[in-house]
Design a protein around this ligand. Sequence first.
Ligand code: DGL
Length: 276
Amino acid sequence: MILQQEVRFPIGVFDSGVGGLTVLQEVHRQLPNESVIYFGDTARLPYGKRSPAEIIEYVYEILNWMRSRQVKMAIMACNTSSALALDIVRKDFDMPILGLILPGARAAVGKGKRIGVIATTATVKSEAYVRAICESDPQAQVFQMACPEFVPLIESDRINDSYTLQVAKEYLSPLISENIDTLVLGCTHYPHLASVLRQILPPHVVLVNPASYVVRAAGQELDLMGLRCSDNCYTRSETTFFVSGDPERFAQTSRRWLGKLPDVEKVSLSPVELLS
Ligand code: DGL
């Protein structure tokens, strides 16, 4: 039985840093009555160069903390976590947990046949997008490129540097040579770079941002479970921000996308004991 109170519980959204804000924007757009707890694991960023074991451990810690904050659903606003941890951690929590890979892959196959995927090194190595895209459309061809420099550049607010444009050209040029017709932004930080990427890509290449599709799936799941906060929820929806690193730095960096300086609180996550 769904308690009325549970409907008003927040949705947990997490990433290593400001990348998840691209998913948060979609939550605000598509699910405007929901409250959100946003967590950025900024002390351990970037996730893209971490091992699978580290990422799984961090995700358990974050989800345990989110459960203690009574979230009704968690959205992994991080492709690296979705690729490496979602299938493992899901069974240990009784709340719905959504990841980006499947929604992103399904959206991409609807748009093209020669699909480029840019992502972190860990996501590329996992081949999660390759599997998900080819399962959805066995005719599709996938071309991956790891872009390890992007996350540090975005986190240090260097989006409009000429160096960022130069690095982006280097990453995209092999994909352009493969004649891609679609490009999946397989890291939630990358939509922040969309205007830079658009300067380089041929105009016919369709950009796929998995964020809008995971949030659509989240809305469907909430409806299915009777947990969607509708207009008559009688609570003011609010978003609260937490980080594991420097709250002031996160507030300053995220201001550009949130349009205001958020209040950000630092939290220490409790370590979890993992059974190997
Ligand atoms: N934004 C995350 C992703 O979607 C993680 C990036 C990172 O910390 O390397 O993969």
